[in-house]
Write a protein that binds this ligand. Structure first.
Ligand SMILES: Cc1cc2nc3c(=O)[nH]c(=O)nc-3n(C[C@H](O)[C@H](O)[C@H](O)COP(=O)(O)O)c2cc1C
Length: 225
């Protein structure tokens, strides 16, 4: 019969340590075997479809030729941006949160400032004269033939919380802006979306109401040769 004097705590601790190490090794080996591996995707087929070709060309440009846009190009640009593509329902080329359609596009050209009325597909005159240079703080802004100003109308967003209004208006503007980017890539036009501007001065110049907020601007023109 073993006496209590034979019990060796150091030996027992050592044995527990060995078991713990083996267990840890087994657990880590199992975890390593289950580690998900990166999935290698196939090469993008950028030449295979018109959309993929256009996406491959999408980019921002900051040098513009002063050449004006022909009327049919401006007309197509605005329809692509946020025109009505389903006349039965009046829905647009760009999605909008809850279909609120709260973003208006103001168009500044050498002739004046206009509001794009998507329903009638007309440019409503707002101001006479060239305000393009005042639509941004960047030196290149004055050179581009057209400046688009994306303006959110809070009165069309009902009783949403203030933060939701800001998020939805920013997201909805992003979709319109990307439509413009893709149109420009397809048509060989230069474009850049812009946040840099004096919003207070510009809102005053554009005679915006207290419900209207300028979200972003976008310069469009022919590329400088
Ligand atoms: C919300 C937003 C604001 C931007 N503001 C400006 C701006 O004020 N001035 C400018 O030159 N570019 C501006 N850009 C363009 C970005 O600088 C550009 O998209 C970025 O450098 C990536 O280049 P890429 O569009 O050629 O891929 C803005 C882009 C976004 C999405």
């Amino acid at each position: 019969m073993k006496s209590k004097a034979n019990f060796r705590p150091a030996g027992a601790i050592c044995l527990v340590g060995v078991f713990a190490t083996i267990l840890l090794f087994m657990v880590s080996t199992v975890a390593w075997a289950d580690e998900p591996k990166p999935v290698q995707l196939s090469k993008p087929r950028t030449a295979d479809s018109p959309l993929m070709q256009i996406l491959a060309k999408r980019s921002s440009a900051r040098t513009f030729s002063p050449q004006p846009l022909p009327m049919n190009v401006l007309s197509d640009l605005l329809w692509a941006a946020n025109g009505i593509n389903r006349p039965d329902s009046g829905r647009r080329t760009a999605p909008s949160a809850k279909n609120m359609q709260e973003i208006d596009i103001y168009v500044a050209t050498a002739e004046g400032l206009y509001l794009y009325d998507a329903k009638a597909h007309v440019l409503k005159p707002i101001l006479q004269g060239d305000i393009r240079a005042m639509t941004g703080t960047q030196a290149y802004v004055k050179d581009a033939a057209v400046q688009l100003l994306y303006v959110a109308d809070d009165s069309r967003m009902g009783t949403l919380k203030e933060q939701d209004k800001l998020v939805y208006a920013a997201a909805d503007t992003g979709f319109i802006s990307e439509n413009v980017y893709l149109f420009c890539a397809a048509e060989g036009l230069a474009t850049v979306v812009r946040a840099g501007m004096d919003r207070t001065a510009l809102a005053k110049l554009m005679k915006l109401t207290p419900d209207q907020r300028i979200v972003l601007a976008q310069s469009i023109g022919y590329p400088k040769k």
